[in-house]
Write a protein that binds this ligand. Structure first.
Ligand code: GDP
Ligand code: CA
Length: 364
């Protein structure tokens, strides 16, 4: 594991100076700089698309690790399903259905139709035929005693995402939503609220079931401690990034990391780009604005998370103690997303250059 210090700051500055908007540093290119380790906190679809840009933006030798939310995971028809891990893995592996943003391209639904003929519940969560193979392999490995992080690595051996994917925890931590049903107050699984009820059932709060006894998955704390840059993907701040940060030790690891922490707003013009983050933020009392989310994450210097906060061009945000910059944040295609990722790395480089070194760092 590399120790972040002056050398890292130098390599970040080098990275920031690399200006080709799309090509990255191909195998034939000469990249004479120390490798950089970029760590990204990731949810599902928003993070998957962003990581596609980060993957192009990095240069030869650079390493990218994604710490992925598993609070959405659920068991369906006896199979363990990890929606966010799979969205990231399929997207980076070239197997995603681009239109839906989840599941496999060219999917068929024969098994789903057969299950419906049996009246098998839940009927509101769809699993395609190709996708089922992933869940069969995962469930079989989990049942055999492998940890989710091992299973994820095994699945990625097929998909070759080019980014190291680590679940936030190997233990089960499931997001549940507090709602009122006809039968009284209940906590329902996040997926039931999100997919079945389209997040339209008024929510009173979110609970991370199992979080007290959860620990970060192997590699998570080392990645954060050894990172040169930490990015908060433009993911749902409540049920993606917030869930990861709920794992005991994660928030402290971010606060203690030598790397600058840069967040990208998933809120543009006062609304999520897609998805229903606007149904989640009010539940925790955060305005659905780039400023609201920035202030929710807050400055590291103020006990929060951020050194830098990227908001969409035209938006405004005042986040005390945080360098805020407005740049295009719409992930229209990989080229636009790559520019976005480069902008985040560039801001990280400038934050690293401007930050006083911490005690114990070489040269401090
Ligand atoms: P999920 O777990 O599948 O919901 O995915 P994430 O939590 O990773 O991402 C959901 C968030 O991605 C939503 O709040 C969207 O606003 C955000 N998002 C999607 N597309 C874009 C985009 O093009 N730009 C930005 N800035 N955010 C986006
Ligand atoms: Ca998710």
């Amino acid at each position: 594991m590399r120790v972040a210090g002056p050398a890292s700051s130098r390599s970040l500055l080098f990275l920031a100076n690399f200006s080709d908007p799309v090509a990255g540093c191909g195998p034939a290119a000469v990249c004479d700089h120390p490798p950089v380790h970029v760590v990204v906190l990731a949810g599902g679809v928003g993070a998957a698309r962003f990581l596609r840009g980060v993957r192009v933006a990095r240069q030869a030798g650079d390493e990218v690790t994604a710490i992925v939310n598993t609070g959405d995971d659920l068991t369906v028809h006896g199979l363990r399903v990890c929606p966010d891990l799979d969205s990231v893995m399929y997207t980076l592996g070239g197997g995603i259905d681009e239109e839906r943003g989840w599941g496999r391209a060219g999917e068929t639904w024969t098994t789903q139709a057969e299950l419906a003929c049996y009246g098998a519940e839940p009927d509101w969560f769809s699993l395609g035929d190709s996708d089922l193979a992933t869940h069969l392999v995962r469930t079989r490995m989990l049942d055999a005693g492998f940890a989710l992080s091992d299973v994820t690595a095994a699945l990625c051996a097929r998909w070759q995402p080019g980014v190291t994917l680590i679940p936030m925890s190997d233990q089960r931590v499931e997001t549940h939503v507090l709602v009122d049903l006809d039968t009284g107050p209940r906590a329902i699984h996040f997926q039931e609220w999100w997919v079945r009820h389209r997040a339209e059932l008024p929510a009173h709060g979110f609970v991370q079931v199992g979080v007290e006894s959860a620990t970060p998955a192997p590699g998570v704390l080392d990645a954060l401690a050894g990172a040169d840059v930490i990015l908060l993907a433009p993911s749902n701040p409540v049920v993606s990034i917030g869930t990861i940060l709920g794992i005991p030790g994660l928030r402290d690891a971010l606060a203690a990391a030598a790397a600058p922490v840069i967040g990208l707003s998933p809120i543009i013009g006062g609304a999520p780009v897609r998805g229903m983050a606007d149904r989640c933020l009010p539940v925790i009392g955060v305005p659905t604005t780039a400023e609201g989310v920035g202030r929710h994450y807050a400055a590291r210097s103020d006990g929060g998370l951020l050194d830098g906060w990227l908001i969409h061009a035209g938006d405004r945000a005042d986040v005390p103690g945080v360098t805020v910059e407005a740049v295009p944040l719409l992930m229209r295609d990989v080229a636009a997303t790559t520019v976005m990722a480069r902008t985040a790395l560039d801001l990280a480089a400038r934050c690293a250059a401007g930050r006083p070194q911490r005690p114990g760092q070489p040269g401090a």
